[in-house]
Design a protein around this ligand. Structure first.
Ligand SMILES: CCCCCCCC(=O)SCCNC(=O)CCNC(=O)[C@H](O)C(C)(C)COP(=O)(O)OP(=O)(O)OC[C@H]1O[C@@H](n2cnc3c(N)ncnc32)[C@H](O)[C@@H]1OP(=O)(O)O
Length: 213
């Protein structure tokens, strides 16, 4: 729920750093539970869940155990209209338990991300689900468009080629770059690489919405 505010855009909302760190830690525990529920069975299940709940309980009792001085990656901010904006992005936000999260390591003409996918993204055994490869590439190519074109654009077309399976449980790289800008249309391309080899390629079109009349 958005709350009205007179605070200037991009200023951190009145949520303490410790609470933002706690929220991101809780999202991480949720991710670990999601993966663990798929790899833990039988008699191991209850101790596993107890351990994870215990991590959360300990963090609630002693937030400083999370690391004094640690900074949240995606604290809430005020948007341009003064509303609280939480980083909901399901691919990169540390606050979204569904996000792996994929991390931006280089931004410019080419954007580079790194990500390690756990079991909840599995398609074939120990390999990434193809639909999720498209999710990673959509986000990476959109970011390259966002960094290089001032107007906000949305994915209109996205084509994926699957050349090799993307492995789970190891770091993979996602690269993206703009190839052409033509008015409201921006074309971009990118790849997912594992061990230096291309696994998937993508190209697509991003369009900036027609200005309102
Ligand atoms: C905040 C973001 C977080 C990160 C998100 C990551 C990226 C995403 O996932 S975005 C979400 C998924 N995408 C969407 O929901 C978008 C849905 N589509 C739309 O809203 C609209 O189609 C939109 C806004 C993209 C474009 O709408 P609109 O402005 O009406 O486009 P339209 O006028 O039909 O086309 C614009 C131009 O592109 C051309 N065009 C359309 N498709 C193509 C194509 N496949 N190839 C070449 N040209 C094309 C059209 O001919 C037109 O050309 P011209 O201006 O010369 O007439």
């Amino acid at each position: 729920m958005a709350e009205a505010s007179t605070a200037p855009p991009d200023q951190r909302v009145p949520e303490s750093i410790q609470h933002s760190v706690l929220a991101e830690f809780a999202a991480g525990v949720c991710r670990d539970i999601a993966g663990g529920l798929l790899s833990t069975t039988g008699d191991d299940l209850v101790p596993f869940l107890e351990r994870e709940v215990g991590r959360l309980r300990q963090a609630l009792e002693d937030p400083f155990a999370l690391g004094e001085g640690s900074e949240p990656r995606h604290p809430p901010v005020f948007d341009r209209r003064g509303r609280i904006a939480v980083a909901t992005n399901p691919v990169v936000s540390h606050r979204n338990a569904i996000a792996p999260p994929m991390k931006l390591v280089r931004s410019g003409d080419e954007c580079e991300f790194t990500v390690e996918l756990p079991l909840q993204y599995q398609g074939p055994p120990s390999k990434l689900h193809g639909g999720y490869s498209a999710v990673l590439l959509d986000e990476a190519l959109w970011k390259a468009v966002r960094v290089n074109v001032s107007a906000i654009s949305f994915t209109r077309e996205l084509t994926i080629g699957y050349e090799r399976p993307v492995p789970l449980f190891e770091p993979v790289t996602v690269l993206a770059r703009v190839t052409e800008v033509d008015g409201r249309k921006t074309f971009a391309e990118g790849e997912i690489l594992a061990g230096g080899e291309v696994c998937s390629r993508a190209h697509g079109l991003w369009i900036s919405p027609r200005p309102r009349e």
